[in-house]
Design a protein around this ligand. Structure first.
Ligand code: PMP
Length: 292
């Protein structure tokens, strides 16, 4: 069965799922999106993703023509249509077609599309053995210039940092703020553990308020781990006992080397592994249920 794609209340076969070349989402990256996962018929943290999407849309003054319950239904319907119990869901809202000028007021009809498919971001060996990452040469956009809470279609800053990672032969790269603090990676939030304390940078300095990040913080607190949200530099990260990344697609992935320096013992840390286990348990129970 060909994959069915949702576009503005209709379903299309993959090969017929098209949007206009005049869509400002394409011309200018003018739009917002979410990456969501479903596990065994449960859409993980769907409410949180929907809320973040509407907040991102607010941030760019884009009105989503469906209500939150309507959009939630559309996501579920797309999963059901494709008979997918375990899926990666890409929910996108673009400014819609306009003319060749930037002016968003020229775009009269925004476009919503939903792709549900499979994703495997990293091979299993990285979960078992840990990931090597580098510090990107590309700095993070200034928060004052582009609010990091907005998950927009404009990912060039991150793509440039991803190219830094690829050039260095690694999968991910750490992005630093203009003043040298660790912000996040190109598609994931970052955590370190030092003396049994879990530490992650505050989002305000230039990180997306990740939904996996939030889930991990809550799990750590439940497990009575010490936790701080505070700024740190790359030198502090080199001296961490453990490090890991979080994201919807990546889930929790251990980091064992940064800029060729071994982190901790150079193997996935004990607390990281505990959090991975807890996170997997959470995905089995926390979400919006649907039948296929
Ligand atoms: N930071 C960036 C830049 C991202 O694109 C993402 C999502 N891929 C994340 C962090 C992680 O966010 P979430 O846990 O909500 O997927």
């Amino acid at each position: 069965m060909p994959l069915k794609i949702y576009i503005n209340n209709k379903f299309y076969n993959k090969k017929d799922a098209k949007i206009s070349v005049f869509d400002h989402g394409l011309l200018y990256g003018d739009g917002v999106f979410e990456g969501i996962r479903s596990y065994s018929g449960l859409v993980f943290k769907l409410k949180e993703h929907i809320n973040r999407l509407y907040n991102s849309a607010d941030g760019i003054k884009l009105k989503i023509f469906l209500s939150k319950p309507q959009l939630t239904k559309a996501v579920i319907k797309t999963l059901q249509k494709n008979k997918l119990k375990n899926a990666y869901i890409r929910l996108v809202v673009t400014r819609g077609p306009g003319d060749l000028g930037l002016d968003p007021r020229k775009c009269k009809n925004s476009v919503i599309f939903i792709i549900t498919d499979k994703i495997k971001l990293y091979p299993q060996k990285f979960y078992d053995k840990g990931l090597h990452i580098i510090t990107a040469k590309t700095e993070k956009n200034l928060s004052k210039a582009l609010n990091p809470r907005i998950k927009s279609l404009n990912y060039l800053n991150n793509i440039l940092a991803k190219i830094d990672a690829i050039k260095a032969g690694t999968e991910e790269a750490i992005m630093l703020t203009y003043d040298g603090y660790v912000a996040e990676c190109t598609g994931d939030n970052i955590f370190m553990i030092k003396n049994h304390r879990l530490i992650t940078p505050p989002c305000g300095i230039g990180a997306l308020e990740g939904i996996t990040r939030d889930a991990v913080i809550k799990l750590a607190k439940k497990k009575k781990m010490k936790f701080s949200e505070k700024k740190f530099k790359i030198g502090d990260l080199y001296k961490a006992d453990e490090c890991f990344l979080t994201g919807t697609a990546a889930e929790i992935i251990p980091v064992i080397k940064i800029d060729k320096r071994k982190i901790g013992k150079g193997i996935p840390g004990v607390l990281t592994q505990m959090l991975i286990k807890e996170f997997h348990n959470l995905t089995k129970k926390d979400g919006v249920k649907y039948a296929v």
